[in-house]
Design a protein around this ligand. Sequence first.
Ligand code: ZN
Length: 272
Amino acid sequence: MEFSWPIAITVFLLGTAVGSFLNVLVYRMLRNEDWIRGRSYCETCHKQISWYENIPILSYLWLKGRCSRCQTLINPIHPTLELLTGALFLWWYVEGWQVFMAKAWLLPILQPLFWLVIGLVSITIIIADFREMIIPRCSVSLLIILTLLYRLVLILTGEMQAVDLWWSLLWSLILVLVFFFLWWVTKGKSFGFGDVQLALPLGLLLGSWQRIVIGIWLAFLIGAVVGLSLVFSKKKGFRQSIPFGPFLILGTALSLRWGWQLWEAYLKLIGS
Ligand SMILES: [Zn+2]
């Protein structure tokens, strides 16, 4: 199947719509609101949001980021999440297609589906952590179960060796212990227990200690850059903590894609 721009754009737009839906879904579930019926409304003036004000990204731009009635600023997290989900879908189409198609039977369907679902579950964690500082336990459990099942299928089809799964389990548990220590030392103030639990599936996804090190390093680096720029723009005080889960997921995603390249670049750097 050849790459085509109309399909790529359609896939991206579909992604932004899914992101918009997930955003509402996660938020309502966290607040125990009815998440099937009921329209979205402005949190300040309770104005119902009409369908043309609910178009992913475009409505935000058109409304210039404000509620049409009370002019309250709309949280930029909404268009960001829509963009992020759109980007996931676009990546899935652009990057994944050729790679996924080259593999043996079953895997051409299973592999892309696996990574898309992992991406979507990760986005529910990003939404919940950004909006309510919660990492939903059901999302973390789902990541663990899906990753283990997927690895099991890879082993059964001969794509992966069982010993690699044991090694990835070992490294993940070490990562969990390191995070547990950080949580204990900081008394849970800048490092939540949700982050400790999240370390397990992220470690399993990354698989090798080199990619885990790169992923965590990226997470801390990006987290620090964003944290410092928020402090300097006076959006958040020093005492207010920003959620770390989204950065962990971002670091993991980057390491999954470029971890080995970064690791080799690092080896060259210290070797010379
Ligand atoms: Zn309003």
